[in-house]
Design a protein around this ligand. Structure first.
Ligand code: HEM
Length: 281
């Protein structure tokens, strides 16, 4: 099966040709990963809600988190506002972060709102079950993807060359004008795609290692993990920040998929077939 790194014309046509853009394995891994990502994100937010703050370092200073979600309360202890605090700066995020409406319509203290967590109601044990089950699927899927990355040299499709790096300003200008590659240029990822996809391929293993570092049993077997991440709280912060980076990536990823031809892009990630417009001379 050919993939984006070795795309071959499958059908000739005067103004367009169809190539096989993604191998079966890349497609299957991509969609398994996408499902796992959604479940892991939502169950992760459920777990985070049990202690909605982040601190750094070997010794935990819960009095001075660098990020926290909390609620302001009136004299009788009812939440009146949601507050997000980042490096000491407080922002009113009522309704979304810190305090949001419950089933009864009343404001309740909650880190992330019920629509963002799995399960929607506060249940740490259930959240952990979803999280750990899908984390192992993600790990197995990731191992398969990485084996393919090396064995079939798919890595060359993601690794930017020096010429690619020099073309970054040009690629940014093209993207800002919503001009996307056509002809032979569309046979491979552009430099911005390469950098974005490569960053994701690097972020996932670090995120998983940081997740494992939060487990006392894993730390007992591999104590160097605690040294590597500078403590369990720092590992939790790295895990959270990388997840936030992936959320940002997915938002931009989906916007780009839509702007650069949603049907063609989606078909290429489902059936492999991708239509390339020839450059008009
Ligand atoms: C419903 C959600 C998603 C949709 C519709 C979607 C769609 C796509 C499409 C159409 C491509 C091919 C782009 C091209 O050929 O130019 C692609 C590639 C890719 N997507 Fe997604 N994606 C989704 C979610 C995700 C998520 C959650 C991640 C990771 C966090 C992800 C990471 C990637 C990566 C790394 C590639 C490149 C794959 C490779 O060549 O190895 N995607 N996606």
């Amino acid at each position: 099966m050919t993939s984006i790194s070795s795309a071959l014309p499958a059908r000739a046509a005067p103004a367009a040709r169809v190539i096989v853009r993604h191998s079966v394995l890349v497609r299957v891994c991509h969609w398994v990963n996408a499902v796992c990502f959604v479940v892991l994100l939502m169950s992760g937010l459920q777990i985070f809600n049990a202690s909605p703050l982040l601190t750094w370092g070997q010794t935990t200073n819960f009095q001075k988190p660098f990020f926290s979600l909390s609620a302001r309360e009136d004299d009788s202890g009812n939440p009146t506002a949601g507050v997000t605090t980042i490096f000491g700066h407080a922002f009113d995020t009522t309704g979304v972060l810190g305090a949001s409406r419950g089933d009864d319509g009343d404001l309740e203290e909650r880190g992330f709102p019920s629509w963002a967590t799995l399960p929607s109601y506060q249940d740490l044990a259930m959240g952990r079950r979803w999280h750990f089950f899908f984390a192992w699927i993600l790990v197995l899927n990731g191992l398969l993807y990485f084996a393919n990355l090396i064995l079939s040299r798919h890595i060359s499709a993601l690794w930017p060359s020096l010429a690619d790096l020099r073309a970054i300003p040009h690629a940014v200008a093209d993207h800002l004008r919503l001009r996307f590659p056509s002809g032979d240029e569309a046979l491979r990822y552009n430099v911005l795609q390469k950098l974005a996809y490569l960053s994701v391929v690097i972020a996932f293993p670090v995120l998983i290692l940081a997740g494992l570092t939060m487990s006392p049993a894993v730390d007992a077997a591999f104590p160097w993990l605690l040294t590597l991440f500078h403590g369990r709280q720092a590992a939790r912060a790295v895990h959270f920040l990388l997840a936030a980076y992936l959320v940002l990536f997915v938002i931009v990823h989906l916007v780009m998929v839509v702007l650069s031809g949603p049907i063609n892009n989606m078909r290429s990630m489902i059936t492999g077939r991708y239509r390339i417009k020839e450059v008009q001379r």
